[in-house]
Design a protein around this ligand. Sequence first.
Ligand SMILES: Nc1ncnc2c1ncn2[C@@H]1O[C@H](COP(=O)(O)OP(=O)(O)OP(=O)(O)O)[C@@H](O)[C@H]1O
Ligand SMILES: [Mg+2]
Length: 501
Amino acid sequence: MTATSAVSVRGLTKTYPGVRALDGVDLDVLPGEVHVLLGENGAGKSTLVKMLSGAVQPDSGSIAIDGHPVVLATPHAAQHAGISTVHQELSLVPDLTVAQNLFLGQELVHSGTPFLDEDAMNRRASELLAALGLQLNPNLPVRRLSLAVRQVVEIVRALSRLPRVLILDEPTSSLSEQETSELFTRVRQITAEGVGVIYISHRLEELEQIADRVTVMRDGRIVSHGLPASTPLPELVRLMVGREVGEEFPPRRTTHGDALLKVRNITIPGSVDDVSFDVHAGEVLGIFGLVGAGRTELLRGLFGLDRASGTIELEGHRLDGGTPARSLARGLALVPEDRHAWGLVLPMNIQQNISLSALDQCTSGGVLRRSRVAALGGRFMAAMSIKAPSGTTAVGTLSGGNQQKVVIARTLAAGSRVLLLDEPTRGVDIGAKIEIYELVAALASEGKAVVVVSSELPEVVGLSDRILVMRQGHISAEFSSASVSPEALLNAALTHEKGAA
Ligand SMILES: Nc1ncnc2c1ncn2[C@@H]1O[C@H](COP(=O)(O)OP(=O)(O)OP(=O)(O)O)[C@@H](O)[C@H]1O
Ligand SMILES: [Mg+2]
């Protein structure tokens, strides 16, 4: 290699109980390149990132920055060495303001004094946010922000540290296309200044926009290093998954049963505006829309997480004004968008998490039977290829995508008749995506009703029987997915202002 690598890794190895997370990994990232890391859920991507950011120590191996060996014993040491990281799990402090988060550990003070200069930090924060297209009051506590906005703030923070190496671990998982393209523009500006970027994403369509070279990992090893970005996608997928993966969606269902869920005039001030629809037994109903259209808020309102006016009827029982516990008891379940907000109990193991909403299936004579918990957990671990040493592994140690699979498994295991899935394939690899599609189809065939919110156009079209489009809180169109065109869907999702532009 002619140029000195911005970061160079040799023989990195890390073993956890029962898992070799990294096995002799070598990687070179050149100054000014965007180096994409691909790999299935649990392949070891985030483990590598954590070592480069000083959060986890390798068992063996070495790291060099600009040709100089470094020991990254702490996150602070990594920052000092010029490595700035956006982790897969967001790390902002919810009770601090946006500005406080941005300057955490490097606060601005009135010159010559130890006193914080709040005005200067707020001003600078606004500038930094604006550079990524975000008009946001820097005085807001992070707790009040949506997942997407938090993700942008996190990215802004990493960029503001003027890194030598920038690491982005699934930075766009919650971002809209617009926000993603603004991020890519910023990434290109900093690579032009010679910064090396490591970029991780399961959104394979992003590759052609952002990648210079691609490295593929599988089971803790590098299977192919520094491939050109022009490498055909099917080839990359085959390297990732170790087999051919078809892009087939399961066949659609053409006949449906009775309406299981009837939703009338649901309104949530500021986000959902007079929404009504039915979902039938055996039907998959897709809800498409841009980020901010009110889809997540609608599902949360239906499930009883947020207050909503209007009526919700499930098989003749009124659910409106209820709580999540009552919804679950009546047969309505939700896979939330943000699995960490309330999706998982991290110290508990996989089987226990999966059976949390299905305890009635796991008791006999009023006693919880461990064997039933194990059997139920085992069934879903297999069906969804959850990668872990065993069913008694704590979910907190799983990779991000495998945690997402556990959230989905738990909801499915509850045996609910109506399922609300909010971005169910976010953060899961392409092989697991197809398994989730098959599960959804199987549930519909069993006579359940499934509502899927997705921002991915091919997914909504491929998975649904019928599609509702939301725009600015209301339903702007309805399509049968057998006959819809992507253009028609997008048009219905765009706001009038943008549509006219
Ligand atoms: N603290 C830990 N304790 C035990 N096992 C761990 C720990 N951290 C990671 N692992 C295991 O190491 C392996 C690699 O995980 P890693 O998070 O690096 O995967 P990943 O490639 O980032 O996957 P994803 O695409 O799902 O984010 C997984 O099998 C995971 O369960
Ligand atoms: Mg990861």
